[in-house]
Design a protein around this ligand. Structure first.
Ligand code: 15L
Length: 271
């Protein structure tokens, strides 16, 4: 049966806020979890305010759900102890709660920064495949590599299914030339998460998360195999962004790799 009650972790964050508005139209009943209190939840939506380190509260939040969309964690670079606590230990606590409560599936917010030091394809180069080796560009990206491997372990050992989504840039509009390649529109994000929540027998599947961008760098075929049909293309924003910022110069290190600025001068959490 299709999942109905879905726990959304990190529901107060950037992606969480967009998704909690879009996913109910697919028929989901959302339970929202965040360490930050959520005051503006839709009528009738359950809200849990808890840290992932509070294992009792986390188990109670997971209990009775059909699936978890795990977006919680630090979303930029930070010092290693902070990444360790929020992203590494936090994701471990989430999977332990899921295993203990018998929840069948997790959709995990991984990131392109798990493979951020992969060179950008140019000319006739093939798109970056989903099984390209991990090449994290930050401790943040390294924590996403950990999350993917944790998901693999919990599938092989405990039969917990995961779709790990290496999200590009999920925000309302592309704001720089890199996003002409990696943008995931909010509407396509909801389509992709819905596909990841409902596709049959995913085991542990890794997919890239972006719209059908003309300048795509990576291979969306594993996402399409789940039933994802993107409708948006960042190219609609290309003329304006290229006029403002110019064509990216591949000789510059911030334009040489998938991760962009994360490879040179990563934006930091909380600053
Ligand atoms: C990410 O993983 C970050 O969470 C987000 O803030 C963006 O920077 C995005 O990647 C990106 O690559 O644009």
């Amino acid at each position: 049966p299709a999942p109905r009650t879905v726990l959304l972790t990190g529901a107060a964050g950037g992606v969480g806020t967009l998704m909690r508005r879009l996913l109910p139209s697919y028929g989901y009943r959302l339970r929202l979890l965040d360490v930050v209190p959520i005051e503006d939840a839709e009528e009738g939506t359950e809200v849990v305010t808890a840290d992932l380190a509070d294992t009792g509260a986390l188990r109670a939040a997971v209990r009775g759900t059909d699936a978890v969309l795990h977006l919680a964690g630090i979303s930029l670079e930070a010092d290693f102890p902070e990444i360790l606590r929020a992203n590494v230990e936090g994701t471990y606590h989430l999977y332990e709660a899921v295993r203990a409560e018998g929840v069948r599936r997790v959709v995990l917010a991984s990131s392109n920064h798990a493979v951020g030091f992969t060179p950008r394809p140019a000319g006739d180069d093939p798109l970056v495949p989903v099984d390209t080796p991990h090449r994290p560009d930050t401790f943040y990206g390294l924590s996403k590599c950990f999350g993917e491997d944790l998901a693999s372990l919990y599938w092989d050992r405990y039969g917990v299914e995961t779709v790990s989504v290496r999200i590009g840039s999920l925000q309302p509009e592309p704001t720089d030339v890199r996003m002409l390649s990696v943008w995931l529109s909010p509407a396509d994000g909801a389509r992709l998460f819905h596909a990841a929540l409902t596709a049959g027998d995913v085991g542990h599947t890794v997919v890239y998360g972006s719209s059908a961008n003309t300048r795509l760098w990576w291979d969306l075929s594993s996402a399409r195999a789940l039933g994802y049909q993107p409708r948006d293309d960042a190219e609609a924003f290309a003329a304006r962004l290229l006029a403002e910022q110019g064509e990216p110069d591949p000789a510059r290190p911030e334009h040489a790799f998938l991760g962009g600025q994360f490879c040179t001068d990563p934006p930091r959490w909380g600053r």
